[in-house]
Ligand binder design. Sequence first.
Ligand SMILES: [Zn+2]
Length: 287
Amino acid sequence: MPLLLPRSVFLCALLLSLTTAAPAQSLSPTAARDLAVLATAYPGAMAAIEVDAASRATVVLVDGTRLPYDDGRRKSPEELLDAPDLEDTLAEPYPLGPVTAEPAPGFSPGRRRVEPLLLALYGRDKAAVTANCRAVPFLGQSMAFNTRYGAADAFVRVEKRLARLLAADRSLSRFLLPASGGVVWRVIAGTDRLSVHAFAAAVDVSPKGNPYWRDLPPGTNMLTRRQGFPVAVVEAFEAEGFIWGGKWSEFDLMHFEYRPELTLLARLARGERLPLAEISGLLRPSR
Ligand SMILES: [Zn+2]
């Protein structure tokens, strides 16, 4: 029956388009962009994106973790840190490059993190995270870094950029060394939230030379301290998908963490044409 094969292929294609096209069209442009950015940042992490009749999207990760894109709740500033949804984590635009002004109080792009996403990406406990790490050289030191979703590879590329900067200007070493990283399974002081250091996807450079805002004397000019940190170092990290705690209103000058979704969004916002992952094949109507 020579005609049957083409017709069945056609019917399959029609069925596929009926089951996938409707949700693709119903995602808002912001949701579609954010989800494509997340799929690009963590390639292969998403198994599906379920979209219900009201256009609400739920990301299903390959390990079965389900994450609402927008949980529909209005949140206080504290709740945005304690239990953000994916949309919340991308809502504060991370500014690339030099710090030009003191951030508005509370503006801390990247401090909102979806902990179930980090657990699924990098490991559910200290043993699992440790098993996902490898030793990475860092300017004469060695540090465990998480290999999942390209994090360790990105860190290696950062180190190469920093080594070139240091070769040209040794005075930068006081901002960088010694650095501390590895698997530090702990919650952020005063919270129940795991630090990104727990997942070995962050590094603190020269903790003694780059104080946390709380440790500075009252009256310190915060903008001067931010701008005193070498922008070439910040840009070396940002070029490889890391964000800097020096851009948070309550700054953490020593802290860099791997958050490629935020640097990707920032590069799109400044007009770069970047190839994003195609998510239409992941869309499913929710049951
Ligand atoms: Zn840190």
